[in-house]
Design a protein around this ligand. Sequence first.
Ligand code: CA
Length: 244
Amino acid sequence: MNSDPGLAVGFHAFGGVDFEGTFFVDTEIDDDYVGFVFSYQDNSHFYTVMWKKKTQTYWQAMPFRAVAEPGIQLKLVTSATGPGQMMRNALWHTGDTPNQVRLLWRDPKNAGWKEKVAYRWLLLHRPKIGLIRLRIFEGENMVADSGNIFDSKLKGGRLGVFCFSQEAIIWSDLVYRCNEAVPSAIYQELPRQLQSMTEVDTTRANEIIQVGRRRAGDFPAATGPQMQADQPPQEEEEEEVVAE
Ligand SMILES: [Ca+2]
């Protein structure tokens, strides 16, 4: 199945936030993009984490030839045109596209996702200091860690999920938590100037984000340390189609 990019975003806007969720592709069919969005301000301004299964040149060569690499990508979307062919191809492309998308990070392993596997993402976004940190787990194994990424373009916004031409995606157990502090391990890595602008997270969230302990495939977990948000997972409430 082929489709244009699609987003579903919640209503609430966030500053500093921890955002977790699980995705699972329940089919062996197709090899396209699955992911999520954060700091969504409008359909032309957001960050997205997107993961493709296989290398592929986009089938529409206009307005430019877009090549998708497998592997996890973190992109800043600031589209001058908004939804349409240009933004569509820029989202597909693994790289920078002027006035559309900037590739902030890509997983050097460049490995695609596997079907019928639950992946758990743990995202920290601290717009106050421009910090983004992404980790993805398969069960207890961390399969990707972005390290500390700094980008201050978007100062917060709404959370949601993302797909681009992939069918049978199941997102589950989406959890968010307002948080302006950072785990001590990340704090130690920060430049001194940024340390002075934030503080160490001494709450339970510290443990959650550092360890990523809960298994991706066994929700709700019955034993061991639990990852609980202060608020219940939010139903996705609104759907917006990004490209025509
Ligand atoms: Ca497809």
